[in-house]
Each structure stands twice: as C-alpha cells, then as structure tokens.
Design a protein around this ligand. Structure first.
Ligand code: NAD
Length: 413
C-alpha cells in the first residue's frame, strides 16, 4: 500500500466470505466498510447481530463500537477505500450454468466510485478469465475519469465455514494479478490479513486452482459414494474399509459418503469447470460423471431408509435429522436433503425434519425429536442434536454420518 493512502478496505458482500474477511481485516488494523445490497442484512449487522456462525455478535459489536467497521448499502462509500474486495455469490442458473449476474452487478455498482490507484480484488469463485474478461471491462468502462489507474487481482476465498482450525487468517491465500504493480499491492494486502499469501503468475491460475480444489473434493466424494453402494450391496461396511485404507501412510486421503454434496461451493464450482471446458471445445467427462453420482445419492439414501420400514405401513413417517449441508452451520444452500425430502415424498412418505441450527427451511419449520416416526435419517449430525431419545425409543435410524454406528437401531450407509 502507498503510505499516504488510508488503510480503508471496502468489501462487497457481507456473507460467509465477506463478513469474516471484514473481521480478519479489522484485527489486522484495517478500517472496513462492508457493502451489501440486502438492506435487512445490513441493518442486522449494524445492530450487532452476526448473520454467520464464524463471527460472534461480541466480535462484531466490538468492531462497530471501535468505529473500525460499518455495513452499508451505499456503493459510493467505496470511494474512501484503497482496496476493494468483491465477495458476492456466483451461483448456477436454472440450466446449471455459471450465473455471474451478482458479480456483474457488484462490479457495475462500485465502478463509478473507484478512486485512482485503488486495488480491486475478486474473491468470488468463478471460471478462469472472469477477472480479466468480465470484471475489468465493466470497471474500466464505468470508472471516474480521474481514476486513471486501477489495480486488479484475483484471490479466491478458501474459507470453510464452521472449521475450528482453518480460517481466513491461517489459510494461505492464492493471489494472481494482471500486472506486476497489482500483484505487489495484492500481496501486501493479503500478507496484512493472512499468515501467508501464495503468488501465482496470473489471475487465471488463481481462478483455475480454486476450481481444481473444489472439484477434487467433488470427485472424491462421488468416488466414495459409488464405492459405498458397491460395498453395501455385498454387506461390507464402507467406513471400516475407509478406516482400513487410511492406515496407508501415503497416497490415500479418506472421504466419507453422505446424502450428497451441498453448500455454495462443492456442488456449484465444478459446474463452472464443466461449463468452461465446453466453452473451450472440451468436455470434463469425469467431473460430469461425479456430479451425476452425487445427485443420485438422495434417491439411494431414501430407498435404503424406506427399506427399513415395515412393508405393511403404507404411508411411512420419515424424520430427517439435519438439513444443513454440513454440521455446525445453519447453511441450507444446495443441501442434498432437499432432493432426499422430495424423493421420499414422491414415494408416498410423510416427511418431517429437525435441525437445531435451522429455524425455517424452504417454507417449513422443524419438528421436535419426539415426532412419531417409522424411520429416521441422520443426514447431518448437528451439534446439540440429542439422538439418545430416538435411540432409547428404539427408532430405526439410517446414519449417513457414521456418528452413531453400533448404537441400537442404527444402520450406517
Ligand atoms: N461460503 C463458502 O464456504 C465459500 C468459501 C469459499 C468461497 N466462496 C465463494 O465466495 C463467494 C461469496 O460466497 P458467500 O458464501 O459469502 O455468499 P453469501 O450469500 O453468504 O454472501 C454474499 C452476500 O453478497 C450480497 N450481495 C449479492 N449481490 C450483491 C451486490 N451486487 N452488491 C452487494 N452485495 C451483494 C448478498 O446479499 C450476501 O449478503 C462465492 O463466489 C462463493 O463461491 C464461498
């Protein structure tokens, strides 16, 4: 950073990525403006209530009280910032292709207010070329006339919400920029908020690396989900197999089966890769196959659970335990449990759900654990979920999490 510039950071998007980054930057001595176009969220944050699990209300309130953090819907406030990071969602559209509407609107929103010599970084996950071909042209075409030089970098976020060990600070950050000066500035920024920044030669390398990381998870989860079905058909406990294979000290990494993949990253990012491959005349067949295998898991799980119910029960009552896509968070985006519920219903089941971290899900509210059911499916083992009462009542439970293996009534995937 040049010495005369104030250390003001503007972050566009105050969600799972943007708000923890804001707090990490506050801890590193930055003054942070959090811009979000969702008015109710901005009011909630400024009222000292954190919308994400990884940031406590106390931490947020302390930053607000010190005057080093505020949230706003007003894009013009980015004119005060020497660094602007974009942390908005990059979902799929209804054709399951990249939807960069929010990214474009964030770039369009900030562009008229970008000051000369500002560093603009995209942290949102997207396909290689997004910074260079989408964000930069928008900003350069709309920026103020007196902002002759803007610096640009890509530094894809790697945060894993709910992770007790790895966070924004101690996870090394990939940084790839369009030119040397941008790279120096971006590295200086990330070295101020993270323990380590990893320099790569271009934004496209950083963007592609992020897709590789998450596709790696997708295909390995698909492998183990397929393997689970093969083992189960032969009466072999896949978890014992995974534990056995894990005793090999090199060349193996354990992944566990489950209802499928969820969240804003693992089910989504690999489809940015498959789309990008098609744009370039290629085909990511292996990734597409993994995606199909994972999407077939909710049906497999539902069929397994229904097979545990007495055949004389015509309308089985099924209790789904945990609807968030992973333990420790209330995030239900892309949760595979939606497909599980829909398939169970299509088979005539009466379905209810319970999740201590999710107050409302797709227009429905949770039931208590004493809801009378014929079978329960442990989809996500949330902290604070007291399964003892189900086990003590002798309820049959299909455990997709390998957390109650061996308990009475429990069958593992
Ligand atoms: N959640 C994760 O675990 C994670 C991890 C690594 C990377 N990412 C990536 O980071 C990006 C952000 O994801 P997230 O999980 O923080 O999303 P999020 O939905 O939790 O938060 C995004 C925020 O951006 C706001 N927003 C949307 N469009 C806006 C706009 N045009 N202007 C201002 N604000 C806007 C939304 O209101 C929301 O509050 C995505 O590209 C995602 O793939 C997410």
């Amino acid at each position: 950073m040049s010495a005369q510039q104030p250390q003001i950071l503007a972050i566009i998007g105050q969600g799972y990525v943007g708000l923890p980054l804001a707090m990490a930057a506050v801890d590193a001595g930055w003054s942070v403006i959090g811009v979000d176009n969702f008015e109710a969220k901005v009011a909630q944050i400024n009222g000292g209530s954190s919308p994400v699990e990884d940031i406590s209300d106390d931490q947020l309130q302390a930053a607000i009280a010190k005057g080093v953090y505020k949230a706003t819907t007003d894009y013009s406030s980015v004119s005060e910032a020497s660094v602007i990071t974009i942390c908005v969602p990059t979902p799929l559209d209804d054709k399951r292709e990249p939807d960069l509407t929010l990214l474009r609107s964030a770039a369009t929103g900030i562009a008229p207010y970008v000051s000369n010599e500002t560093l603009v970084v995209s942290e949102s996950t997207s396909y290689p070329g997004t910074l260079r071909d989408i964000i930069i042209p928008i900003i350069n075409s709309l920026k103020p006339n007196n902002s002759s030089k803007i610096y640009f970098a890509s530094a894809p976020e790697r945060v894993n919400p709910g992770d007790p060990i790895w966070n924004q600070k101690n996870t090394p950050r990939l940084v790839g920029s369009i030119d040397h000066e941008s790279q120096q500035r971006a590295l200086a920024f990330y070295e101020s908020v993270c323990d380590a920044a990893v320099s790569v030669s271009t934004p496209e390398v950083a963007e592609a690396a992020k897709l590789l990381e998450n596709t790696f998870r997708l295909v390995n989860i698909a492998l183990v989900n397929e393997f689970t079905q093969l083992c189960s058909a032969s009466g072999i406990n896949v978890h014992e197999v995974i534990d056995a294979a894990s005793s090999k000290p090199y060349g193996f990494m354990p992944f566990r089966p489950g209802v499928g993949v969820g969240g804003h990253c693992i089910p989504v990012d690999p489809l940015y890769l498959t789309w990008w491959a098609r744009q370039n005349g290629g085909k990511a067949a292996f990734v597409e196959s993994a995606d199909s295998i994972n999407h077939a898991m909710p049906k497999y799980v539902a069929d397994r659970a229904l097979s545990m119910v007495d055949a004389s029960i015509k309308r089985p009552k099924v209790l789904i335990l945990g609807v968030a896509y992973k333990p420790g968070v209330g995030d239900v985006r892309e949760t595979p449990v939606s497909e599980l519920r829909d398939y169970l219903k299509s088979q005539g089941a009466d379905v209810a759900w319970h999740d201590p971290l999710v107050p409302v899900w797709e227009g429905s509210i949770p039931v208590d654990l004493d809801w009378d059911c014929d079978v329960a499916i442990l989809a996500t083992k949330q902290p604070g979920m007291d399964l003892e009462q189900l086990i003590n009542k002798g309820i049959k439970i299909l455990d997709c999490t390998n957390s109650i293996t061996g308990q009475a009534g429990a069958s593992s995937l």
